[in-house]
Design a binder for this molecule. Structure first.
Ligand SMILES: Nc1ncnc2c1ncn2[C@@H]1O[C@H](COP(=O)(O)OP(=O)(O)OP(=O)(O)O)[C@@H](O)[C@H]1O
Length: 144
């Protein structure tokens, strides 16, 4: 590699001075911020609180029906799909609102609607998984 190209590469990789103040390097700092993100999502997003309540109800129902490990695994995958897509959606909404300054813009609408579509897909997946697991148990209970 020619010398001047090497120098340019070094310059690009070099961290700007003003970034060091808020760029966290420690694993536990990152973990703390991630947990804070979850707490913020729970506190500020009605949909996240709704999902958490639903998860508690589903867990109680699962315990009541003595679900097997495979059923718990499918339920867990659905729960994480819904929760994580909801939190991604909220994060994206915040970024869009930050960039548009609450002004209306077709690209902002596109981004928000697509993120909402992703949540819808996860919710459909969760409903399918929930139905496949719980309908036979409920059927058995009702036919006793
Ligand atoms: N800046 C914007 N420009 C254009 N359309 C927007 C803009 N912000 C929101 N919208 C439209 O309004 C809808 C509602 O936006 P909003 O930010 O209230 O999200 P939401 O879907 O109600 O989510 P939540 O219920 O999680 O707050 C969006 O899906 C989008 O179609």
């Amino acid at each position: 590699m020619p010398m001047d190209l090497k120098e340019t590469k070094k310059e690009i990789i070099k961290k700007p001075e003003n970034v060091s103040g808020w760029k966290n390097r420690h694993f536990f700092h990152s973990l703390g911020f991630a947990i804070l993100g979850l707490v913020t999502a729970y506190r500020e997003e009605r949909n996240v609180r709704f999902h958490v309540t639903s998860i508690i109800l589903v867990a109680v129902l699962g315990w009541w029906f003595h679900l097997i490990t495979m059923e718990w695994l499918w339920l867990t995958s659905a729960i994480f799909a819904v929760l994580s897509s909801e939190i991604w959606n909220s994060a994206l909404e915040n970024v869009v609102d930050l960039t548009t300054g609450m002004e209306r813009h077709p690209l902002a609408k596109k981004a928000k609607d697509m993120a909402a579509g992703a949540v819808l897909l996860a919710a459909i997946y969760a409903m399918i998984v929930g139905a496949i697991i719980f309908v036979p148990h409920l059927w058995q209970l009702l036919s006793l």
